[in-house]
Ligand binder design. Sequence first.
Ligand SMILES: [Fe+2]
Length: 396
Amino acid sequence: MYALMAVLMLVAGIGHLAIWTRLHCSIHSLPFPQRLIDIVEYTTYLMSVLIPVLFFVWWIQQPLNWRTSESGPIHYSTLYYVWYYYTSACVVAFIAASLLWLLYQRDAQIAADYFQERQLGSFNFDPMAPELLTSTSTRLASMIPGNEILQLIVDRKELYLPRLPGELDGFTITHISDLHLKGHMAEEFYRKVIAQANDLGSEMIVIAGDIFDRDKCFPWARTLAKLSAECGVYFVIGNHELRLNDPAMARKVLVEEGLIDLGGTQMTLTIRGYPVVLAGNELPWFPPAADMSTLNASQFDQPPFKILVAHTPDQIGWARGNDFDLMLAGHNHGGQIRLPVIGPLVSPSIYGTRYAGGMYYQPPTLLHVSRGVSGTNPLRWNCKPEITQLVLRTRS
Ligand SMILES: [Fe+2]
């Protein structure tokens, strides 16, 4: 009986965390004022701890024979019913979270048929921490055993795209995301990241948002100006640019340095003689998304290959609805902390951790979500920063 009770409490405890974690994820995926997001975030932290403590305090105050009555009907207190229904909701949340976890495993199995990954390099900047980390809190965080904020992975993913024309077979795109220029990592850190990105020699480079976190870092656009690719360097901005005093200035300084703004727009490029539509979607933070209704199929001799750059993978439905072949996103940072078997616990997405990082195939769109380069929380575990070279391949 006690063992069953212990299992029930464990299940309810995990379900309780699932409820508040999901609320935490959802609030970060919506375009609410930062103050409201902060209030909800700290409330979720507080409730995650406070509710189990209150339950425990109430529980130990109950008489040992509270379940039995020697005479007459049992009269439970109102608080008893509150705990009863909340615990039931937690058990349901546990079951739902378990089913979603199974769904995510299925997602990974499906996507595995559409790409192959090879690590090209692993750069451990830990010995350079004093030079690369400029804030005390980040320096202290970097000393936590296992923290991977200074360990950059450079990898290559070959993507097998069902509708890729032969002309574009082997086309390369370097996907960078979530640089979070804030001032807690020195500009030198970003110089090293940009150098690694350029060494890949891709034909196109895209940055999928969350570039600037502080207005004071606008001059660092000069470092991003070093990015170089034959077909151009493109960017969208993300939710962290919304926190700037002057988000428009973020675009301006990047454009002045030669980067191409894809925010809310679409353009048709001719690459290797083939039409490629490249579009940007910064929803829900910077509407509107690119207007795809102006794209007229009759203007093309051949169906164009369509690539979307969005900050959040939550826009996958929009990408599918507009018939995109490839979507590149960031925002979720891989979850930043990934537990063995379970995977990430938190991801700022309306879909929870479903699109935390990696490859996903939602026909007709193949989605790549970068784990990003940095973040506002200087803690990563089992989730190293990354830049990725994507090699487009025809799927036979
Ligand atoms: Fe981010």
